[in-house]
Structures are given as C-alpha cells and as structure tokens.
Design a protein around this ligand. Sequence first.
Ligand SMILES: [Zn+2]
Ligand SMILES: [Zn+2]
Ligand SMILES: [Zn+2]
Ligand SMILES: [Zn+2]
Ligand SMILES: [Zn+2]
Ligand SMILES: [Zn+2]
Ligand SMILES: [Zn+2]
Length: 114
Amino acid sequence: MTHIHENHDHQHGPDCGHTAVKHGDHVDYLHDGHMHHMNADGTVEEHALEVSDVNPDGCTSGHACTGHDSGHVHGPGCGHQPVPHGDHIDYLVDGHLHHPHGNHCDDHGPVQLV
Ligand SMILES: [Zn+2]
Ligand SMILES: [Zn+2]
Ligand SMILES: [Zn+2]
Ligand SMILES: [Zn+2]
Ligand SMILES: [Zn+2]
Ligand SMILES: [Zn+2]
Ligand SMILES: [Zn+2]
C-alpha cells in the first residue's frame, strides 16, 4: 500500500534541514511527525518503520535511559522528533525510539540516522 502525500511543496534532500533516517535500502526524512520518502518523479510517499525484531513494539518497562529526565513527557514541542512506527508514533531519543507508556517509556529499538 502506497500513500502519496498531496501538495508537498518542499524538496527533501541532503541539507534540507530535516532529520534523514535509513529505512531498508533508502533514506527517508522526518517531517511534521511523518516519514517522507522522495520518489525520483518528485512525489512524496508516507512511510513508517516496520515492527520487527530490531524495532519491536512491546513494553520494555525496565528501560533505563539517560536520554531524558524520568519526568519528561513526550508530546508536541517536547524537543524530540516524532517517528511513525507500525500503527503508532514514537519519539527519537539518542538514536532510538521511545514510546510513551504510562509512567515510563518503552524502547522500540534503534534508528539509523544518515
Ligand atoms: Zn526536508
Ligand atoms: Zn515532507
Ligand atoms: Zn521509507
Ligand atoms: Zn511500557
Ligand atoms: Zn531510551
Ligand atoms: Zn520528548
Ligand atoms: Zn514504536
């Protein structure tokens, strides 16, 4: 299933200012909570990281993390980049995915930054 982002007037590329992440054999860009893939013809596809062994979507309640204070609440403007993962949104913290879950964050695995 391919979802094309309509009316996308920004050209993603090296130095465009958005965080570039490796996704399989290509590079996507984090943009307003979406993961955008530029096609050669200029259209933009919505991508999300797959739930996998590398990026599981389970609860890791014991995740001890120095990425942020224990009282940190992820949300719009929290300072971390939202990343689509499976059917939910995670936040990029120190190169891995955080999923807010109750009073802790789950570790949903590493993200390869380009
Ligand atoms: Zn961009
Ligand atoms: Zn975009
Ligand atoms: Zn992709
Ligand atoms: Zn959890
Ligand atoms: Zn963490
Ligand atoms: Zn945050
Ligand atoms: Zn996740």
